[in-house]
Design a protein around this ligand. Structure first.
Ligand code: ST9
Ligand code: FAD
Length: 646
């Protein structure tokens, strides 16, 4: 064990184990997660570091691993969905799996959209992995749902749908598992009796069940990408492919071609809402991994000098703390927000299953906004962590380049982040309702008292300084009032309309304000949820250290967005000047607990897969060993010497 890291752990002011229990949701859950993590000791999961393999080898290794995962799942008797997720996340490590889409999109779509008869047929096939599925929605030319071109035309004479990609731009593009899957849920515009009824989901067989040869369908892999090398994102061109009427999910077409409207057309989009909710938790996980690597490494790395003494740990540099500790605070904030998002998703989807759709718009808006907010922040955070590790952060052995490459598409898939932020129609609608005197419930209820507490541009000096920057509840209140930026967005729309612009143009001309309002709303939610969580934590030592992190999170956010807070007169210039001073004090308070705080995330070394983030801190000897395994070192003289240099 590296002596620096031993010393760091001795300095901790709280019980790391107890904090792990809080993050997991209780000691029993921690125990079970640790038991599940032991599967990594199974030699059948041994594999070559993907960084030393070609794309094709990586894909093959990933398919082997996916298949092993399924076999072992049965062997280990893991069947609870939450435990399956934990098991898969442990085994998957920092990479994706080729059967991922089957689990995260194909199966959930079947579960939520099959009727009884369809469930009987498809669920046993899909859960036994005879049917391997993907989710084919996006097209070469469009992602916007109303713009999708693939058609499904009902033919009552044969009781079939005819699926067709009429143009190049209508070719399905990006669905994972182009080579792996034999079935797809295909999203297509439904036509019956000559009328279009919008997007609906259909189950389409793509490949022969025994030979895996494609049916008369053009299907394949779209080629190498920025990351996601394990995943065979695919293309799919359908040329008048016929499928039985029974393959339409939720079956809205009667045998005579009559269309029966669903309770809400938006139910077809349910799987996207589900994944967006999951991505909030995934952001927390990846932020936590990145901080673990960067902070442990910073504790064992010595460089330069502060005083004329031996080189200090780089974690002692104030600038290093300023890079990493706000991200550490973010990792904790997002962990609690992830828990909230999962609970909210299951609560509201439970109501939806019971026929109560009243909270569907809020679920859509909250999951879209938080997905965008947390993935954007995490994406830039990983890169800050990588940079903070200097040259060794650039090595793939650190895992940070892989974490970045695998995570960055979360800002794009399941709805491009700007587009998701623009799902603020709900915010503006809520604002207008509140303004008209309606009492809002839930997370939007803060808009109820906006009329009394107008947030407008004020000369800051004209307002009394009511906010105590050391008081978290005051900071939450400030974020709440800043979130009323939605008022500015609504006003911008109003002004555009007064210029006789169409509603659509008014919306587009206010889009920057709308994204800002959405961002402010999400930021408020995160600060509030983090602060609310503190009241549930009884252990005084843990409460203290998390309160310090929550203060840092809130103040750092204000410092980054100081213009909003000043312009709205929420804080004065002298208070703004106090914030960097307070932030520096908080960095000092967090410093002795930094390593313990990342230890509490409790990632086993095999899951972290990072030479820099090793628990024992023995970085250098392992970096050397990793480098020696590089395929270029397989021979002392590389064949290129004989071919070109000699
Ligand atoms: C610790 C945790 C660990 C977890 C580990 C988990 C691991 C996860 C790993 C994940 C790996 C995943 C692999 C990659 C998967 C990528 C798959 C995809 O990208 S698949 C492809 C993903 N593709 C995309 O995401 C496409 C993105 N685009 C879209 O979703 C839509 O085009 C749109 C939302 C932008 C517009 O919608 P559109 O209908 O075209 O147009 P309108 O404007 O006319 O809207 C009409 C009204 O409907 C409303 N509404 C809309 N949606 C919903 C909803 N869901 N509900 C309710 N309402 C909704 C809307 O608000 C409006 O309301 P109102 O104002 O009338 O009241
Ligand atoms: C790794 C990966 C895996 C994927 N897996 C799948 C899958 O399994 N199945 C599937 O169906 N799809 C999948 N996708 C596709 C993914 O869902 C889309 O790429 C995503 O929805 C974004 O759409 P787009 O690529 O068309 O971007 P575009 O919408 O073309 O975005 C390009 C730019 O235009 C801007 N823009 C677009 N619309 C607006 C607007 N209304 N207002 C303001 N700005 C706008 C965006 O902000 C962005 O800056 C995957 C994508 C990736 C990268």
């Amino acid at each position: 064990m590296n002596p620096d890291i031993v010393k760091e752990r001795q300095n901790a002011s709280f019980d790391v184990q107890k904090l792990t229990y809080i993050l997991d949701g209780g000691p029993e859950k921690t125990k079970r997660r640790r038991e599940i993590s032991l599967v990594l000791n199974d030699p059948d999961f041994d594999e070559e570091d993907p960084n030393f393999l070609s794309r094709s080898e990586r894909y093959e290794q990933a398919v082997r691993k996916s298949a092993q995962m399924i076999l072992k799942l049965r062997e280990y008797g893991i069947s609870d969905p939450a435990e399956i997720n934990c098991y898969k996340s442990v085994v998957r490590g920092n990479f994706h799996e080729s059967l991922g889409l089957h689990y995260v999109m194909f199966l959930p779509t079947l579960y939520s959209q099959c009727d009884q008869e369809q469930s009987k047929k498809w669920l046993p096939l899909a859960t036994s992995f005879e049917v391997l599925g993907t989710y084919a929605q996006t097209e070469l030319g469009h992602t916007h749902l109303r713009g999708l071109e693939t058609t499904a035309t009902f033919d009552p004479t044969t009781q079939e749908f005819v699926l067709n990609s009429p143009t190049v731009t209508s070719i399905k593009w990006w669905p994972g598992a182009g080579k792996t899957s034999n079935h797809a849920v295909v999203l297509a515009q439904l036509y019956t009796r000559g009328k279009c009824h919008g997007l609906h989901a259909f189950i389409v067989q793509l490949r022969h069940m025994d030979t895996h040869e494609p049916l008369p369908i053009l299907v394949g892999d779209i080629g190498p990408k920025f990351g996601f090398s394990e995943v065979d994102n695919g293309f799919l061109k359908l040329d008048h492919v016929r499928i039985p009427r029974e393959n339409m999910l939720m079956k809205h077409v009667e045998p005579d071609g009559r269309y029966v409207k669903p309770a809400s057309a938006k139910l077809t989009y349910g799987t996207m809402v589900f994944i967006r909710s999951l991505l909030v938790g995934l952001s927390a996980l990846v932020m936590a991994k990145s901080c673990t690597i960067a902070i442990r490494y910073s504790a064992v790395r010595h460089q330069s000098e502060i005083r004329s003494e031996p080189e200090p740990q780089i974690l002692d540099y104030q600038t290093q703390q300023y890079k990493l500790f706000p991200l550490l605070a973010t990792a904790y904030a997002f962990s609690f927000v992830g828990q909230y998002m999962t609970e909210t998703y299951y609560r509201i989807s439970g109501d939806i299953n019971q026929g109560d759709l009243s909270e569907l718009p809020e679920l859509h808006a909250v999951s879209a906004g938080l997905k965008a907010f947390t993935t954007w922040t995490t994406n830039t955070g990983i890169e800050v962590c990588r940079m903070s590790c200097g040259g060794h952060g650039y090595s793939r052995s650190s895992a940070l380049p892989d974490l970045y490459a695998e995570f960055t598409p979360t800002c794009t898939y399941e709805g491009e982040n700007t587009v998701m932020m623009l799902q603020t129609a709900y915010l503006v609608k809520s604002y207008r309702q509140a303004k008209a005197g309606e009492q809002l419930r839930g997370i939007m209820s803060y808009l109820n008292d906006m009329e009394q507490r107008h947030v407008r541009a004020h000369p800051a000096s004209a307002r009394p300084a009511l906010v105590d920057i050391n008081d978290l509840s005051d900071l939450v209140e400030s974020y709440k009032l800043r979130a009323a930026l939605v008022e500015s967005a609504a006003k911008s729309i109003q002004q555009e309309l007064q210029k006789r612009r169409s509603h659509e143009d008014a919306w587009n001309n206010s889009a920057i304000d709308l994204v800002k309002a959405s961002d402010a709303h999400c930021h408020y939610m995160v600060v509030k949820l983090f602060t609310d969580k503190l009241s549930e934590i009884g252990d005084p030592d843990i409460n203290l250290v998390l309160t310090t992190l929550a203060q840092l999170y809130a103040l750092h956010g204000i410092a980054l967005n100081s213009g909003d807070f000043l312009q709205a007169g929420l804080l004065t210039v002298p208070q703004m000047q106090q914030i960097p001073v307070r932030i520096k004090e908080l960095l000092c308070l967090i410093r002795p607990n930094a390593v313990a705080l990342v230890d509490a995330f409790d990632f086993p070394d095999k899951v972290l897969s990072s030479v820099l983030g090793r628990y024992d801190g023995n970085v250098y000897e392992n970096l050397f060993e990793w480098a020696r395994r590089s395929p270029l070192n397989a021979t002392e003289v590389h064949e290129s010497f004989h071919k070109y240099l000699k």
